[in-house]
Design a protein around this ligand. Structure first.
Ligand SMILES: Nc1ncnc2c1ncn2[C@@H]1O[C@@H]2COP(=O)(O)O[C@H]3[C@@H](O)[C@H](n4cnc5c(N)ncnc54)O[C@@H]3COP(=O)(O)O[C@H]2[C@H]1O
Ligand SMILES: Nc1ncnc2c1ncn2[C@@H]1O[C@@H]2COP(=O)(O)O[C@H]3[C@@H](O)[C@H](n4cnc5c(N)ncnc54)O[C@@H]3COP(=O)(O)O[C@H]2[C@H]1O
Lengths: 141, 141
């Protein structure tokens, strides 16, 4: 539906809430993370700590590189290593009160943004799909 | 730079040309494809046939699922199976003469589009990053 106030819309109105986001904990094994990634079908997901804050992003490329040894793939590393040893700590974050223009700009670089409340707790993600769908409706008027 | 005529721009002006796109052939092994994916860092890439047309898209999730057997990961399948046995054949395509609105609409669903010439030959890809960057410039005027 046409959102006349797209640029006045807060991120919280557009995000996928945390309950619907596939995530892992930094203490999980790579094996666990790979299962979540392949079963959910997502290529990259947030990594949370026990306090519910985002600490990193894990993707299957990072996991595959971690298990590739001198003489081939070392499958045992999957259960031996933890997500926090391998994840990327470069995480794009926005506050849930942030207006559209800033997430829009960040989405040029990032397929999804991690949304946090004022206390720094993870509350959802904002995806390129959502941003593009909103922009498309804007132009279709 | 501000593109006043964004909606009159042809896809060929915005695409990443084929020479700069990481691809594989359907006859390549999964092992070869996984190497290209992990080394390029891209999560999904086009699969071409010998005539240079796009036949599918391969991503690491499809490969990992293909090697996951009853009793764990079966690494030997990587060299035994071919890309064409595992790839997705659902490929978003646009002509290089296509104007912006159509790729923009498709990008809501697809992270990248395969661009072809009138003969159906692969000539490049158009990414969400490019589309979002162009839209952002449009709004920044
Ligand atoms: N189950 C599904 N149903 C329908 N379409 C699907 C889908 N899985 C993937 N797609 C499509 O493929 C795009 C890329 O997904 P990817 O997993 O690489 O990249 C995703 C993934 O890394 C992350 N993501 C999206 N939804 C997520 C969720 N519920 N939980 C965790 N991560 C999510 O955000 C990135 C961008 O997502 P976005 O939706 O913009 O873009 C998605 C969407 O257009
Ligand atoms: N080497 C790099 N340098 C800078 N940024 C990088 C990067 N690799 C990935 N990214 C960032 O991550 C996004 C998702 O990449 P992904 O590989 O999942 O998803 C990519 C990949 O599947 C494909 N793709 C992009 N460029 C490609 C290329 N040169 N060859 C083959 N496939 C490509 O199109 C999808 C969307 O690309 P898009 O640029 O919109 O979005 C990219 C880009 O914003």
């Amino acid at each position: 539906s046409y959102n006349a106030d797209l640029f006045q819309t807060e991120t919280r109105k557009l995000m996928i809430p945390a309950a619907d986001v596939a995530c892992v904990n930094g203490h999980n094994s790579l094996e666990h993370a790979l299962l979540i990634l392949t079963q959910s079908g997502y290529t990259a997901i947030p990594v949370l700590d026990r306090a519910g804050a985002v600490k990193g992003i894990i993707n299957s490329t990072l996991i595959i590189k971690a298990i590739l040894g001198i003489s081939g793939y070392e499958i045992e590393r999957l259960s031996e290593q933890k997500v926090e040893q391998v994840m990327s700590v470069d995480v794009p974050k926005v506050k849930e009160s942030q207006l559209f223009l800033r997430p829009f700009e960040l989405s040029i670089t990032w397929p999804f943004l991690c949304v946090e409340d004022d206390a720094g707790k993870f509350v959802g993600i904002l995806t390129r799909r959502t941003i593009l769908a909103q922009l498309y409706q804007y132009f279709r008027r």
